[in-house]
Ligand binder design. Sequence first.
Ligand code: F6R
Length: 613
Amino acid sequence: MCGIVGYIGQNQAYPYLIGGLKKLEYRGYDSAGIALHKTNDLQVVKKTGKVAALEEAFRTKDTQSTLGIGHTRWATHGVPSDENAHPHYSNSGNLALVHNGIIENYASLKEELLQKGYQFKSDTDSEVLLNFIEDIYQNNDCSLEEAIRIALKRVTGAYVILILSIEYPDTLFAARKGSPLVIGIGKGEHFLGSDASPMLEYTKEVVYINDYELAIIKADQLILKNLGNETLTPYVQKLDLELAAIEKGGYEHFMIKEIYEQPQAIFDSLRGRLDPENLSITLSGLDKIKDKLIAARRIIIVACGTSWHAGLLAEYWIEELCRVNVEVEYASEFRYRNPIITSDDVIIAISQSGETADTLVALENAKSKGATIFGIVNVVGSSIARISDAGIYTHAGPEIGVASTKAFSAQLTVLLLFAIKLAEFKQSASEELRKQLTKELSEVPQKVQYILDSTVDGIKDIAKNYQHATDFLFLGRGYNFPIALEGALKLKEISYIHAEGYPAAEMKHGPIALVDDTLPVVFIATKDKVHEKIVSNMQEIKARSGKLISVVTADDQLAMSLSDENIQIPASHEIIAPILATIPLQLLSYYVGIERQIDVDRPRNLAKSVTVE
Ligand code: F6R
């Protein structure tokens, strides 16, 4: 979703801004623009389409400037167009702004401004916000900083804004509420970004700006204030991230790189937490809320998309091992449903980005009702990590491909660690079972590597054969049901083929009407306690001439004999199997997407970090 960059310092701003926008492309966008502060002018260039088109447009321009802002836009208010792209000018032309987020009360503000004679070139809420600031600035005896503060107090919604003013050639103004903003500290220069990726090659020292904070940034000074005009001390953190982690490193796409990084990502999520010699687990994040967890009447898991699928599987695991009631909620529904929450509840938030707007607000609501928030987050220092009372980082490393892969398997890893540890606290599962699962979990990185090595060629063939299908059905039971949902989501995201995930037994209650000899049905049918049942479901599809593609436990002759295509994965405990079954489904989606020539890293309409609701 929208990406933001800014620069102020002794060096040229343009190389950082254009390079930074390229680094933020993974977030998803439809247009891009840059504003440079010239001596008595603000030069804005913006273009629909890729950052490369913007770069082309700048080729004939003078880019000399040491102060500038840039933006990639993911349309919310108004279609993708040059006019709606950011940066926007104010009516006087003295101010330029980039904005990430949604101003919810923009319509009434716009009405106010129209009555005062303001004109608008775009359909965006962002241009309204900028002119609202300009109006306050022009009609009150106040500084621009004060005008921004007054305006932001009247605004509802979410924003990160960066503002340039002709009158302030040595200052960049920035503010945040609900959308992410990172400021990198250099020597006599500052780098701004929606995340730290644009600034990695320049500095490792960063400040994460909090909600309702306003930054007044000069080349060698960062002043941080709240909206009440009190000065705050910036908390400088050191980034533990290398540039190589956000580059393709020889792979054709980030998605396939990240699929292949899973043995390492899972290993990193286990490192220092699972001791394979003693088969013990240490989770300091969990220790912090141990008593709360043991006493909890229920655990509520809140997430969106792929992270929600991880939560759904965790429900099966935690209820089985810990004998506590678990509810799994779509954050977007939970936040508006007036749910019953008390201080006895523990809320687990799952999020790769740590910035998903719906999840964040759902947590803020739950927190205000006294619930304890436990965050399972990938991006260190992100908003969800910071709002959590305790938590576990997934340590999957930066995930750039829009479709979540390694972050998902790392989430599953951490959630299973969580379930086993909580079972130990509660003594709700036998020591023998806990040790067996701990041992098998420690073996997951090698098994995932084996699956990657042994299944890829067969999966490429399957992708070739089924690339023209118009629909896919994904079926699983028990622990494999959430994996069926995830398989379907992944395929539709990056192949644009309609796909649905279902509990295999539910098929008879409707979807079976779709089955004919053109419908590929992907079964996740590893050996578990409902294996015979799912084999019956396979028979039912076969009897109706559906095409069976099955993920099965190695040497499961019966399941294999029923399938048109099969993908074998190593035998494992039924609780571990769904983590392994995920891998071939990711490969299948990737290669179907490649066959169909989709931009798998940046599929249409999707954003990596969904910072608007
Ligand atoms: C799908 C995908 C999305 C995200 C969802 C939540 O591949 O990536 O469905 O899982 O937008 O994002 P996070 O985990 O960042 O909260």
